[in-house]
Design a protein around this ligand. Structure first.
Ligand code: C5P
Length: 232
């Protein structure tokens, strides 16, 4: 897949989501991320509806459970015809391998599967003191990325600042999907380490995930176009 901008549709209802998507003119349909908030509120039907409107979909449900359960959950998701879905690399390699199996349809096709390495809300101190994982956080991220690659996954969710290193460790074809994007003139909100779309491009991100810089903009369509022109 070519470099693209994915809009995080962090809305709590079908109505709010469709009203937002209706603002985009016919033609280029934005790649859309559906997360837990919307999926848990509306269920699989919202995925089918947005897909039927012609959007590509990244279903961001971040699965994390025992291998058997994740395999079966992924089998359920494989019927939804999404383009990308994800899980936590922290569930281990057997879980990730089971996920690939569950996601693969009878004809051998499957959506892309990517792993969350370490959540960006976790810092070095939390990782060591709360989670009991010792080591340098960026090295743990790379280890998890390598596990994901070895388990047969297609990429990771990571910071744009980690994209080049992930490509170095896992190869250029291994996808880096990067949130934490703001325009130079935006507020950071609750994101700590932010990067502009233009900078994410130079750092080697394959996809940027952009939420509030588009969804909360005075003119979301214009903000989306600005992302596309800076990043693609
Ligand atoms: O509004 P904003 O651009 O900060 O939204 C970023 C999106 O990316 C949200 O949907 C958030 O859940 C998601 N995300 C993130 N950091 C991660 C993984 C996902 O910000 N490590």
């Amino acid at each position: 897949m070519n470099r693209d901008v994915i809009i995080a549709c962090d809305f709590s209802s079908r109505e709010a989501t469709l009203e937002f998507l209706d603002r985009f003119p016919a033609g280029r349909k934005p790649f859309v991320k559906i997360g837990m908030e919307l999926f848990y509120a509306e269920g699989p039907s919202i995925v089918r509806e947005i897909k039927a409107r012609g959007h590509k979909i990244f279903l961001d449900l971040k699965l994390h459970d025992i291998p058997n359960t994740v395999q079966k959950a992924m089998k359920s998701l494989s019927g939804l015809d999404v383009d990308i879905c994800n899980l936590h690399a922290g569930g281990g390699m057997e879980m990730m391998k089971a996920a690939v199996k569950g996601l693969t349809r009878e004809d051998g096709t499957r959506p892309l599967l990517i792993a969350v390495t370490m959540l960006t809300s976790i810092d070095q101190e939390m990782m060591e003191n709360e989670l009991g994982i010792h080591g340098d956080l960026p090295e743990v991220v790379m280890k998890y990325a390598k596990n994901a690659k070895d388990a047969g996954l297609d990429g990771v969710v990571c910071s744009p600042l980690e994209a080049a290193k992930v490509h170095e460790v896992c190869g250029d074809g291994f996808l880096t999907v990067t949130p934490g994007i703001r325009f130079a003139d935006d507020a950071k909100g609750d994101q700590q380490r932010v990067t502009t779309p233009a900078k994410a491009k130079t750092l080697g991100s394959d996809f940027i995930v952009v939420g509030r810089s588009i969804t909360a903009a005075a003119d979301p369509v214009e903000a989306y176009r600005r992302c596309i022109s800076e990043f693609c």
